[in-house]
Design a binder for this molecule. Sequence first.
Ligand code: KMH
Ligand code: ZN
Length: 270
Amino acid sequence: MQKLVITAALVGAEVTKEDTPHLPVTPDEIVQAAVEACQAGASIIHLHVRDAEGRPTQDKEIYREVIEGIERHTDAIIQVSTGGAVGMSSKERLQPLSLRPEMATLTTGTVNFGNEVFMNSPEQLQLFAEEFERYGVRPEFEIFDVGMVANALRLVERGFFTGHLHFDFVMGVPGAIPATPENLLHLMRQLPEGATWSVAGVGRAQLPMATLGILWGGHVRVGLEDNIYYRKGELATNTQLVERVVRLATELGRPVATPQEARQILHLTR
Ligand code: KMH
Ligand code: ZN
């Protein structure tokens, strides 16, 4: 089995400081959280940023500041979000791509998202794919429901994203695919030969899904974007969530990848 690539989803767009005081929101806090997550064993930083009021933003200059800060202290793979927050326009969401990060997320379908709708129409997918190619950014396909794998593969059939493909199964969002072992198996079976995958369980599903990711040869995403608790009633820090996955992986005999090893596993050329 490959070494385990751990992604730290530190911030997200939905969690607030009121939900947990451990959420990093200022550029300094996000950089600090990223550095600690990398020291703990994360090799990919899945990045969202916030404005001065703590609201989600896709502001390129804030991304630039945070990316430069993280790069000063780590060699982590930086993966910016193009999902942003529900309700943002495509133009807004695409802003950080022009910084040419090593990776970015690409959600390949529309999905209910709690009481809202996370829009990713066929027209948007075409536009996003063109922008990824324009800036030479490798995608991580964010798969919130099973049909999104086929949508991603349709983009590939149309000539986008030649080479290695990497998917992240985000499981347990209310309105999207429930986080069950059967569903994870079904998602895995949709992937083409040679593709890699990680799993991000939402809320209390984070720990069991991470464990299955380790056992079933995938990779793992954890962090406050997806889950704010260490256990019922006890708030977590990002670092604690990464450290727990490292301990689990070690116990289960799965060594953890360094950022350079993660680049090899994901066929990133930088
Ligand atoms: N905040 C969600 C609506 C991504 O980062 O690409 C979208 C999201 C996915 O977080
Ligand atoms: Zn995200």
